[in-house]
Design a protein around this ligand. Structure first.
Ligand SMILES: [Fe+2]
Ligand SMILES: [Fe+2]
Length: 143
């Protein structure tokens, strides 16, 4: 198999894996909604769902950062900074929620996370995909 075809296959496989991660993160936000939809606020359930989301976010960010390094993505540092901010914010939220485990605090946290993730995936993550695709088209066209 020509090298360009192999790298396209690798890229497609990795992009599919990252897309599955994004779906999983969406499922984690839905899990927060499920807890918030219960008639009696489940303090422990929300904290646990936040912990699962935080673990998934950390795993996904490591994978995505490795991909940026492998393709020499030029805005990798800025992108990694965005990841670092979210990871720190999630830690702050978990502390804040343990100090004030109210339904309204949980709702604010859930809305922030959902907005942040959707915005990040649609803009910053999409920019990496576009770069990877353009880079490979360039590699295929190179003599
Ligand atoms: Fe990202
Ligand atoms: Fe991502």
């Amino acid at each position: 198999m020509p090298q360009g075809a192999q790298s396209t296959k690798d890229r497609d496989r990795l992009m599919a894996s990252l897309a599955r991660d994004h779906e999983r993160l969406g499922d984690c936000v839905c899990a927060l909604d499920v807890v918030l939809g219960e008639s009696e606020h489940d303090v422990r359930g929300f904290d646990e769902a936040l912990g699962v989301l935080s673990d998934e976010v950390n795993k996904h960010f490591r994978k995505e950062e490795d991909w940026m390094r492998r393709i020499a993505y030029p805005s990798a540092d800025v992108h990694k900074d965005q990841h670092t901010v979210l990871v720190g914010t999630l830690d702050d939220f978990r502390r804040s929620y343990r100090n004030n485990p109210s339904r309204s605090n949980a709702y604010v946290i859930r809305c922030f996370i959902d907005d942040w993730l959707v915005n990040h995936m649609e803009e910053a993550d999409k920019a990496i995909e576009d770069f990877a695709e353009a880079r490979e088209s360039g590699l295929r066209l190179a003599p």
